[in-house]
Design a protein around this ligand. Structure first.
Ligand SMILES: [Zn+2]
Length: 79
């Protein structure tokens, strides 16, 4: 039987969404990259996002490139 508590903990089981969905990480995909940077424009550590080492690396490169090209806004707006 499942308790509501167990369901909460399911979120802790992380997997790499890029491996699973075979999504491409592109520096042009700002919406995607924005999910992996904090409001201080730092890259979210992979222990938080669950992204695998390989994709974290690709992600980091894409984010850096997007920054250089000013595709990522200075302040990521939160609501
Ligand atoms: Zn991956």
């Amino acid at each position: 039987m499942e308790s509501p508590r167990d369901k909460r903990y399911m979120n802790r089981k992380k997997y790499c969404r890029f491996c699973k969905n075979k999504e491409d990480i592109e520096y042009k995909n700002v919406d995607l990259l924005a999910r992996y940077i904090t409001e201080r424009r730092k890259i979210v550590p992979r222990r938080v996002t669950g992204v695998c080492a390989k994709h974290q690396r690709i992600l980091a490169t894409a984010i850096k490139r997007a920054r250089v090209l000013a595709l990522i806004p200075f302040t990521v707006l939160h609501k």
